[in-house]
Every structure is written in structure tokens, then in C-alpha cells.
Ligand binder design. Structure first.
Ligand SMILES: Cc1cc2nc3c(=O)[nH]c(=O)nc-3n(C[C@H](O)[C@H](O)[C@H](O)COP(=O)(O)O)c2cc1C
Length: 539
């Protein structure tokens, strides 16, 4: 077994044993949720709501006119992707929530921009840029000093320790989910501003050099950041940036700022170091690049039904009000048309799917509890029709695989990729399999994201392990927003019993593995918490 599959196997939760962790929370070592680069020059970002009236559905169509890539727009991008969404308080504890969700609200994902010749770290609490380096003028990104550029880069890194502090060995998985959510958050914020966004195929070493996270001298005892991904943002979809030249420039640039230490003590989890090492991306990946891009982006127009969701909220409101439900009312139903419309958002092609360069590897096993017009039961939603026969052959032979579209109903917009496997009450199973969490049973539905694992890693390389989680996080981010737009709420579920899920589906081996669970319903709030806006003035 490869190191990656070994990590995956080792970090499974089972009914009898959770993946290894401390087993208690060492509050004295709780990581600071905010990374700072002390002594780096600060660039306060404008606080202006741009595009406040853009309809929610325009996030998926690319209909917004492209904003200039100036400082106000960069500020709005960061605010709507990684900014603070609220401050919560219970008794003497006060904590920030963010626009992007994170397992345990630990926020391992840090974000950077390389904009107008500057490499900047985003400090969300202050809504400031920390200018880490100025690149040589010759390498400025498609721009003179005075004018706004027509393209720039967004980079993401993970501070693996933040999740490991609480979750131990399974934490690497959660960091990767969170990267996926952050990619989605950036893609939607870019859509709000009318910008294109696409993943750049480059080596992690280059990302580390460009963002400065490979600079030992700036970290001393501070927790390191793992380079994850780099995205090109453009106004026109055509501008390009030569990352290798910028990375070479960054290597010889003068850097400012040293990283703050987040915890006063640490616990070593060597399997996390090992899997991080094994999944680092070298140069251009096998099976990646042009072919993948073409596949991922050529899946044609969206299905009928995608725009059926009621879009009373604006795009910006929807993005900023996203929250995780703490519990559901165990009563309210979701209309079938709305459910199908949400699923259709997960088909490749339009944003946010144009940001990644591989075709769907993740499909959904759905526990339907309360969808009007559908029998309660276990369903499968196949995001890429070509995977259906393979999934059918891999799952329990007793499953019905009955199409759910009604051929006699011309209003039925179902694209027939949703199949009924077993009509039955699946509330107990959903709850039990998701670590006995009520949120998996009390909503409209919950689901397991079933990813093609070992063949994908064999074909592409172990680095693809991270991308499978990014795809899951992106699915989650779409569903989080869809829930808000439908007047409901969602919650990501990282805690589930891995192999019992596979057994329930009849899956064996490592070909298909559940990587993330998710739930949606009408929320019941915890009245003990008080809430304040993320920033003064509530902007
Ligand atoms: C990858 C991931 C896994 C999560 N797993 C769970 C879970 O198992 N149970 C749960 O109640 N919430 C879970 N959550 C929700 C987080 O606790 C929530 O995102 C975090 O507290 C921040 O709150 P917010 O989403 O309202 O901003 C998960 C979120 C993410 C992104």
C-alpha cells in the first residue's frame, strides 16, 4: 500500500475506534486563529460593498461585468472570500466566524495575493494586506505602477497544526476540505466581481517560493505553512502570468515580516508530515493540464432546472450570511424541484467548476429524509453520467438504480442522474454513519461524497489525493450557498465512520471511498449565543 493509501486507511473512524488524536483538548496550546507577519508593511483595504445588487444566480453564469482589478475590488474579493462573517459570544468566550467554513472553526487556510508586483498575506481580522515582498518592476503583472492590472494571483496555504491540535492524525483531511471550501469562496467572490479564475498547474515548491512560505528565516519557532494552490484571476479570461519568472524573482526579493507563533506547545503527528510530503506536487502532473482542463470545462451548458431556486437574496448577501447549522428542525421539507436544482449546480462547467482542471471524481450517496415528491430513501447522484455503470457494478447488487425523472411530466427537469437505490427510512443509518450526529438525520437530506480514490492516484499521482478533497470542499461550498438561497442552512460533516459507510453501500476495496459528508435543512439556532457583525459598521 502506498504512503497515501496507508494514511487514508490509518485515519479512518470506525465504530470501535476513532482516528488517533490526543483525545482531549489542550486549551493551553490552542492555536491563535490569526496568522500575522509582524513588521511587514500594512496596507489597509478599502471597505466598500461592490456589486451589492447582483442577483445570487449570476454567481453561476458569469453575467457580472468585470470590475477593474484595483485595491477596492481586491478588498472586496478578500472580504467576500476569507473575511469575517460574525463575532460570536457565549459567556466569556468570543470567537470569529468567517465567510469560508472550516472544520472545528480552526481555519488552517491562509490566503495570499500576488498583485501589482507585491506579494501580500491577507489579515482577515484587520482586513489588511501585509506586504511581504515587492517583486522587481520588470516582473509586474501585466501592469504599469499606476494602472490596475488585468490579472493577478491568489495563493492558498494550510497551517496543518491548527487542525492537528484538535483532530490529531485525521487533521490533514480536514485541512484539504477547507482548501476546497476556500477555493469555492474565492471563485464565488471572483464571480461577484465579474472575474475569471483558474487553477495554475505548477509545483508546490514554486508556490512556496512565490508566497515566501519556504523561507525558513521568517518562521523561527512559528508553525509552517504548507503550499496548496495558486489561481490566476483575470478580467478577460485571456491574460496570463508567468509563475516561474515571478517565483524566481521572489527568491531574490527583499522580504519583510516574520510569522507569529500560534501555539506555545505542539504535539508531533508524524503521519501528517508523511502524507503532506507524499502528496506534494512536483512539476506538471501526469494526466493533468490541458486534457483535464478541456474535460472539466467542456461539459456544456447547465441542465434545465438550475435556475429554478428562488433567488430573492443578492449574491453578496448570500455569500456573507453563510453559516453552518448547529441543528435542524426535523420537520420541514424541501420541494423536489429545488432539490434537483441544487444538484444540478454540482455538474461541471459553470462557476465554480471552471476554477479546477479535472473532471468529476466525486459522486453523491444521498440519504433523503424530507424532499417533497421523492420517497425517503438512499439515492445516488452521479455527477458524470459516464461513471454510472461503474458505480452500479461497484455497489450492492440489490440496489434498484431506478431513475427518478418522470418521463410523463414535461415540467420534470431532472437530468436523470439521480437514482433511487433503496426506498426506506434512512434517518437512523444517516445519523449513525455520521458519527451519531443528529444533523445527518434531522434535515432535508444528508450525503456522503464518494470519490474515485486508488485508480485516480495511480493514474495521476499521489498529489491528486489533496485535489479529491478540494473537489469535496467545492461541492460543500456550492451546497452551503444553495442552502442560504433556499432559506435553509447546511453543515459540512467531517466526522463519519468510513468503512461502515462503504459497507452500507456495498463498496469494497479502495476504489471508491467516502471523503466528506454534508447535511441541509431548516436550522434551529442556539439562543445562548450572541452575535455581532464581522467588522465595525457591519459593512
Ligand atoms: C471540513 C468540515 C468538516 C466539518 N465537520 C463538522 C461535523 O462533523 N459536525 C459539525 O457539527 N460541524 C462540522 N463542520 C462545521 C464547522 O464546525 C463550521 O464550519 C465551523 O464551526 C465554522 O462555522 P461556520 O460554518 O458557521 O462559519 C465542518 C465544517 C467543515 C468545513
Amino acid at each position: 500500500m502506498t504512503a497515501v493509501l496507508d494514511y487514508h486507511q490509518t485515519t479512518k473512524h470506525s465504530f470501535h475506534r476513532f482516528a488517533r488524536s490526543l483525545g482531549y483538548l489542550d486549551w493551553a496550546a490552542q492555536p491563535d486563529p490569526f496568522r500575522r507577519y509582524d513588521s511587514a508593511p500594512r496596507l489597509p483595504l478599502p471597505r466598500a460593498a461592490l456589486r451589492p445588487d447582483l442577483p445570487y444566480t449570476d454567481l453561476f453564469t458569469g453575467a457580472a461585468l468585470a470590475a477593474p482589478m484595483d485595491l477596492p475590488a481586491v478588498g472586496e474579493l478578500l472580504r467576500c472570500a476569507m473575511g469575517l462573517s460574525a463575532w460570536k459570544q457565549h459567556q466569556s468566550s468570543r470567537w470569529a466566524l468567517r465567510v469560508n467554513p472550516s472544520s472545528g472553526n480552526l481555519h488552517p487556510t491562509e490566503s495570499y495575493i500576488v498583485w501589482n508586483g507585491r506579494v501580500c498575506h491577507y489579515a482577515p481580522r484587520e482586513h489588511q494586506l501585509e506586504v511581504r515582498a515587492e517583486l522587481a518592476a520588470a516582473d509586474r503583472v501585466n501592469a504599469g505602477q499606476e494602472s490596475a492590472p488585468t490579472a493577478f494571483l491568489v495563493g492558498l496555504t494550510s497551517i496543518l497544526w491548527r487542525e492537528a491540535w484538535k483532530y490529531g492524525e485525521r487533521a490533514f483531511r480536514y485541512c484539504q476540505h477547507d482548501v476546497g471550501h476556500a477555493i469555492g469562496a474565492f471563485r464565488f467572490a471572483a464571480s461577484l466581481l465579474g472575474w475569471q479564475m483558474s487553477l495554475i498547474d505548477c509545483a508546490d515548491d514554486e508556490i512556496g517560493a512565490l508566497l515566501g512560505t519556504s523561507r525558513d528565516q521568517d518562521y523561527a519557532d512559528a508553525e509552517r505553512e504548507e503550499p496548496e494552490c495558486l489561481f490566476l484571476l483575470t478580467r478577460d479570461g485571456h491574460s496570463t502570468i508567468d509563475v516561474s519568472t515571478l517565483a524566481a524573482d521572489a527568491r531574490s526579493a527583499t522580504w519583510a515580516g516574520t510569522a507569529n507563533t500560534l501555539s506555545r506547545s505542539h504535539v508531533e503527528w508524524p503521519v501528517i508530515d508523511d502524507v503532506a510530503d507524499a502528496t506534494r506536487k512536483g512539476t506538471k502532473g501526469k494526466g493533468d493540464g490541458e486534457k483535464g482542463t478541456e474535460l472539466a470545462r467542456s461539459q456544456g451548458p447547465r441542465e434545465k432546472g438550475t435556475d429554478q431556486a428562488p433567488a430573492k437574496l443578492t449574491a453578496r448577501q448570500t455569500i456573507l450570511q453563510r453559516r453552518s447549522a448547529l441543528g435542524f428542525d426535523a420537520a420541514s421539507p424541501l420541494p423536489k424541484a429545488q432539490f434537483l436544482s441544487m444538484l444540478a449546480r454540482l455538474r461541471p462547467g459553470p462557476p465554480p467548476w471552471d476554477a479546477i482542471d479535472w473532471p468529476p471524481h466525486v459522486h453523491l450517496a444521498i440519504f433523503v429524509h424530507r424532499v417533497d415528491g421523492l420517497l425517503p430513501g438512499l439515492y445516488f447522484y452521479v455527477r458524470d453520467a459516464s461513471a454510472r455503470d461503474e458505480l452500479r457494478a461497484a455497489t450492492n447488487p440489490d440496489f434498484l438504480w431506478e431513475p427518478t425523472n418522470d418521463s410523463n411530466d414535461s415540467n420534470d427537469s431532472n437530468d436523470s442522474n439521480l437514482f433511487l437505490l433503496v426506498p426506506t427510512d434512512v434517518r437512523f443509518a444517516a445519523n449513525r454513519l455520521s458519527c451519531d450526529q443528529d444533523i445527518a438525520a434531522d434535515g432535508f437530506f444528508s450525503l456522503g461524497m464518494i470519490a474515485r480514490l486508488d485508480s485516480a492516484l495511480r493514474e495521476r499521482g499521489d498529489w491528486f489525493y489533496r485535489r479529491l478533497y478540494w473537489e469535496c470542499g467545492l461541492i460543500g461550498q456550492v451546497l452551503y450557498l444553495e442552502a442560504e438561497a433556499a432559506g435553509a442552512r447546511a453543515t459540512g460533516i467531517g466526522c463519519f465512520y468510513d468503512d461502515p459507510v462503504h459497507e452500507a453501500l456495498g463498496l469494497s476495496g479502495m476504489t471508491w471511498q467516502s471523503l466528506y459528508h454534508f447535511s441541509m435543512g431548516v436550522p434551529v439556532d442556539d439562543g445562548r449565543l450572541t452575535s455581532e457583525p464581522g467588522y465595525d459598521g457591519g459593512w
